[in-house]
Write a protein of this length. Sequence first.
Length: 485
Amino acid sequence: MRRGYPDIILFTVVILLLSSCSKKTITFIGEHSLFTSNEFHRDSTDKIDLLIERRKRIKRETLVLRENHETIIHTKEPVFFYPMGLILSWRIAYPGDTIHVSENNYGSFIYHTSNRQRDITLFCTKLIDSCNFDLERRLLGKYYAENTPASLPKITTIAEIKQPLAILTTSRNNLADSLAAVYSLTRDFLDNKRYEIQADSLLKTYSLYKTLLKPTKNRDEWWKICQSFIHDLNALPVKTVSFFYFRRCAEELLSYVEAESNINSELKSTTDFINKYNLVNENFSGEARNYLLSDIIYQTLSKRLDIPSEYLHSYFKVCNNNQYKSEVRHQLKQKRKIDGIKRSTSRNDVLSIKTLKKSSIEDIIKQEKGNIILLDLWASWCVPCREEFPFLKALEKEYSGKAIKFIKISLDKEIEKWENASQNEAFIDNNYLLLDINRSAIITQYQIETIPRFILLDKQGVVINADAPPPSDGKLKTLIDQLLR
């Protein structure tokens, strides 16, 4: 009997390990209804993008859903997720979840799991959202009048704005409490909902103030109101799950203050960065400042814009969120590596996504001598480019093992967007970023003004067609077959 004890202990340990491992991943599965056409979106698609937000990361991740395919992320903490462009359809996923994503006949996203309690939670979240919409329309509808400004209520103080919002907040909390009692919802769910309601009330305060009280002629009075908003934001406690709402509040308030201060909200130059950084550093504090400064620096580095050294020193001194600082350091290291490569670029130099090493289009063509080459010039932001990808992948599969290479050249200016799009499309081999579009010979030589653009070369590296048909056009296949004979 005693000899069996080690086996029992070992078996128990294995079970515990397997159990703990299963709680470190979240699985998403896209169901058929997501990918078919209906009256809300006419075209069918082979993929749906989900955005993932994690508490410890500045960067939003893009997750690609494909029909009946398991997409897995590794995490020890809950994450927020929502379809690209549909932030109001957000939900929380917990480690251990397997979430099926579908779409109903009304164009709404539906989330369900194999866990009954989790399904009840997801159902209650959707029910609360629907009821909240009706409550808001009933209590605040007059403040969003679609007629003339003269039809709006006469409001003179912030207190008058906060009064109906307080009623709305109480009603929403009561609804959440009622559902929690009926469906035995967890304390975690209730706490999370109350935080969301509090954050949403703050966002609506900004919005109504902007609609009903702005502009004020007294600059000092206006600034006191802004400071009160910032104070309210800092009063929101940032917990494990509540970071999502906190960030929305911080971003909304920043955009509002930027508009009032005549500061460009887009980051197009180092001057834009300096203006945004100073605005946040001087007027925000606490975790709001940590997040906003980190986000501004991260975006600036992603766009390959220069940041003065004194601002980097200031950031690392002011920000006390070590996780954000670690992410910024990584992005800074990446930019410095790219800058080092760019300083020695020639007119057609490219960066390989597989090795992050520099080469040139000419070198690639020489290496592939003996193969037909199809150059695909694209960018992550180019919708027509990405619409061609399924056809391009089908061609690659059809001609696999034959004397033809499909070379992708991205014209993205932001390396991160190129990397994300490449990851989503599983473009690893023969995928490059053009390092200096403004000086590139291929751009000027072939007068490339729009993309996608396809250039077909023969086995000797000679351009046969500088504006070849796209993969979706059967004429391209005819040209390739002729060259392969």
